[in-house]
Design a protein around this ligand. Sequence first.
Ligand SMILES: [Fe+2]
Length: 141
Amino acid sequence: MSEVQWKPEYELGVVTMDDTHREFIDLLNRLEQCPPAEALERFDALLDHTVAHFWQEDVWMDKSDFPPLYCHRGEHERVLDVLKEVRRLIAAGDEGIILTLLRELPLWFDNHAATMDAALAGHIERTGFVAERISAEAAPA
Ligand SMILES: [Fe+2]
């Protein structure tokens, strides 16, 4: 499995969003590079980040009256459901699921960034909404 590379097209022009996406890619790569004994700990770091990352976008969509809010939020919920199931499988000893995740999650992100996140970034730029960093502690548990 090779490292996920940051691509120029991931740069959507909203600094807080781009920074959060860089952190997501970095945590994916840390999971990819870790020894099996650290997999659960690294996965939890990725999961915690993703909960906060999606919550931040959900709040921005809500506050900026983003029209396709429910579609975008629904996709976040589905991905979090998958990640929670993957966590259950890793904790049960299925380490192979990490390889599947590391193959599939970057493909999902490619598509999500190019469509839903790009639409949100365009909306933020057009409306002048200030997309501030939202603390991870504010995200639902
Ligand atoms: Fe998103």
